[in-house]
Design a protein around this ligand. Structure first.
Ligand code: NAD
Length: 365
């Protein structure tokens, strides 16, 4: 049991105390503090350390309330840095004990892709909402198990699609929907980088589920889907690998094409072989709009064919994503990035890999 009094009990007690005060003219009670949901980070690697934990400090509705890690030295460092007591520290084998900690509302799963289902299901069974990093998992079956586990627990599941909260992406969606530059005809999108360390989990298929398509190509795929507002009906893809020692069982680079029901065509590329590919262009009947760079944590900007810039204020995408999820939970409304959205991407990525394997167009309808 967590010996600390829970925030819920404290808030309930202070609300009751305030309600019992007599009315005194001129005395205004301070507004009830915003309820902050407790987030436990599961997996304390690069993303948790450099983006998510700092972003949590900037949120309005969230706070760091726990950590789940397999490395005791890391736990010590995080405890010192974020002032976390021992009872907020878990390892992957003790996640069931999260059930006893009412100060943790949400588990944010930030482990390698092929462990997302294990950690999501453990968190849901402990009665916690789950925010899970992209890609949701490495197969449709695993994604479905995650959705089922959260449903069975009556908890919300969101996927860490941070760009759904990024103003420049939202502006591009608005421009396309309102046909400001005409009707959307095609999208070209690509995201890739040069991968270093040959021993990292991203290059191990059982943990990654695949190569750059799973890791960063998914951003280009997402852009195609949210710009068009449609689901693809068919896909074809080709993969190439020049370094067969480093890239064993996963692609080094991949290109794919998709057709959408209204006739929109899209063309995507992703790679671990070279840096600097980070953009999309949406072509319309009367022009185009582009973001370049499109998918980074900061500095996203672009242009429109009518000469106007697309350059809305930079913000912390992770803070926005977590605050939105917290508000969904607090107000009992659905997230715009539910598990079903992650499953839809996984269905398309599975078809992309099938097309690579068979050399054929794969129908998705
Ligand atoms: P990372 O390698 O830096 O961290 C992974 C963490 O998982 C480490 O702390 C590691 O110790 C832990 N872990 C637990 N079991 C492990 C195992 N069996 N093998 C290897 N590591 C294990 O990776 P990361 O870059 O932080 O990525 C974590 C997740 O976040 C991935 O799903 C990745 O796709 C996603 N991600 C998302 C974004 C984004 O912009 N939303 C950016 C980077 C990564």
């Amino acid at each position: 049991m967590n010996p600390l009094p829970s925030r819920r009990h404290f808030l309930k007690a202070s609300t009751l105390a305030a309600a019992s005060l007599p009315f005194i003219p001129g005395l205004s009670l301070a507004a009830e503090p915003k309820r902050k949901l407790g987030f436990a980070l599961c997996g304390l690697g690069n993303l948790s350390t450099n983006q998510i934990a700092p972003a949590l400090q900037k949120t309005e509705y969230c706070k760091l309330a726990g950590i789940i890690t397999g490395t005791p030295e890391k736990a010590k460092r995080w405890q010192a840095k974020y002032d976390l007591p021992d009872q907020c520290v878990y390892n992957y084998g003790t996640m069931a004990k999260l059930a006893d900690n009412p100060d943790i509302d949400v588990v944010y799963v930030v482990t390698p892709n092929g462990l997302h289902a294990d950690h999501t299901i453990a968190a849901a069974k402990a009665g916690k909402h789950v925010l899970c990093e992209k890609p949701m998992e490495v197969s449709q079956e695993k994604c479905q198990q995650m959705i089922d586990a959260c449903k069975a627990a009556g908890k919300q599941l969101a996927i860490g699609y941070r760009l759904h909260f990024e103003p420049n992406h939202l502006e591009c969606i608005r421009l396309v929907r309102e046909k400001v530059l005409g009707s959307l005809k095609s999208v070209e999108a690509g995201f890739g980088f040069h991968i270093g360390d040959p021993n990292q989990w991203r290059l191990k298929k059982e943990l990654s589920g695949g190569g750059p398509m799973m890791d960063v190509g998914i951003y280009a795929l997402q852009a195609m889907r949210y710009l068009s507002g449609e689901e693809p009906v068919s896909v074809s893809a080709t993969a190439t690998t020049t370094d067969t020692v480093k890239f064993r069982g996963i692609e080094e680079s991949l290109t794919w094409q998709m057709t959408f029901p209204g006739g929109i065509q899209t063309s995507g590329s992703t790679t671990y072989g070279l840096g600097g590919v980070n953009r999309f262009t949406a072509n319309t009947t009367h022009g185009w709009l582009t973001l370049d760079p499109a998918y980074g944590y900061h500095g996203i900007s672009g242009m429109r064919s009518d000469g106007k810039a697309i350059q809305l204020a930079d913000m912390d995408q992770f803070a926005a994503e977590m605050d939105d999820f917290a508000q969904c939970i607090l107000n009992n409304r659905p997230t715009r990035v539910p598990g079903e959205e992650g499953l839809r991407d996984m269905k398309i990525i599975t078809a992309i890999y099938e097309s690579v394997r068979t050399g054929k167009v794969v129908n998705l309808a």
